[in-house]
Design a protein around this ligand. Structure first.
Ligand SMILES: NC(=O)c1ccc[n+]([C@@H]2O[C@H](COP(=O)([O-])OP(=O)(O)OC[C@H]3O[C@@H](n4cnc5c(N)ncnc54)[C@H](O)[C@@H]3O)[C@@H](O)[C@H]2O)c1
Length: 260
């Protein structure tokens, strides 16, 4: 018995990183998965690896038309939409003074508007199927304020807020809406911001060493942990959970002053 037997999911941003790991885990658990991404180099191969349970769809989460097409393709091909993981994201690290309006708007378009459009487009399809589960990927940067993250952190706070609003509105249709707040993610997202030659795995291990056993683990292990939290919220194991979030951060927030 798979934990997602009989369910169909759209996972945005699943050509690589956390989304890819989530898509692969969902398929291992019996789910049918739409690998939805703008990355047409990597995405199709992830879908092919899932066999008959995988389908690649080019989705730009910032476009309402693109969302309509992706949800339509999903229901035409697999017959239903039961789970949406709003995972696609963009990072921008810059001081406020050096954050251009264009950069700010690019991050908001993907991280915030993309989640809004995903919820808006998926909800009617889920409603007609009797309900569903939406999992939004936020971040611990949406639970605190960090320097140089004015755009990114702001959107991740917004994702948590939209999660709560949508859970209240959509509960009457049997649709649950939750968030996962990871510290770690795909190494490619952070790589452009690290000094030349610095390995993202080393940085992640260093930050997570509050737990002794994290010291030999790799990015793929950390993002698998995020995917497992997403799986729980996607599956019927979490039927009583909505409007809430799971923090996957090795205790980093608990060890530091936070605003929550
Ligand atoms: N990397 C981290 O350290 C970290 C930490 C906490 C939370 N997160 C969050 O986890 C999620 C996954 O990120 P990741 O770490 O796997 O990063 P990643 O950069 O490896 O993957 C992001 C994916 O989103 C896709 N994407 C970007 N713009 C898109 C668009 N307009 N439409 C569709 N797809 C688009 C990219 O092509 C890519 O495949 C994001 O929401 C991110 O903010 C990441």
């Amino acid at each position: 018995m798979g934990r997602l037997d009989g369910k169909t999911a759209i996972v945005t941003g699943s050509a690589r990183g956390t989304g890819e790991s989530t898509a692969r885990l969902f398929a291992e658990e019996g789910g049918r998965v739409v690998v939805a991404d703008i990355n047409e180099d990597l995405g199709p191969q992830v879908a092919r690896d899932l066999g008959d349970n995988g389908l690649f769809v080019r989705l730009d989460v910032t476009s309402e038309d693109s969302w309509q097409e992706a949800v339509g393709t999903c229901t035409d091909h697999f017959g239903s939409l039961d789970v949406l993981v709003n995972n696609a994201g963009l990072l921008n690290i810059a001081p406020i003074a050096k954050t251009s309006v264009a950069d700010f708007e690019r991050v908001v378009a993907v991280n915030q508007k993309g989640v809004f459009l995903g919820i808006k487009t998926a909800a009617p399809a889920m409603r007609s199927g009797g309900g569903g589960s939406i999992v939004n990927i936020a971040s611990i940067d949406g639970m605190k304020g960090g320097p140089n993250l004015i755009a990114y952190s702001g959107t991740k706070w917004a994702v948590r807020g939209m999660t709560r609003v949508a859970s209240g509105e959509l509960g009457k249709y049997g649709i649950r809406v939750n968030a996962v707040c990871p510290e770690a993610g795909g190494p490619d997202m952070i790589k452009p911001y690290l000094p030349d030659g610095m390995d993202p795995d080393t940085v992640t291990r260093y930050r997570h060493q509050i737990l002794s056993y994290q010291k030999d683990r790799k990015s793929s292990d950390f993002i698998r942990d995020v995917a497992l939290a997403v799986l729980f919220l996607a599956s019927d194991e979490s039927l009583s959970c909505t409007g809430t979030e799971i923090v996957v951060d090795s205790g980093i927030l608990a060890d530091r002053p936070v605003v929550a």
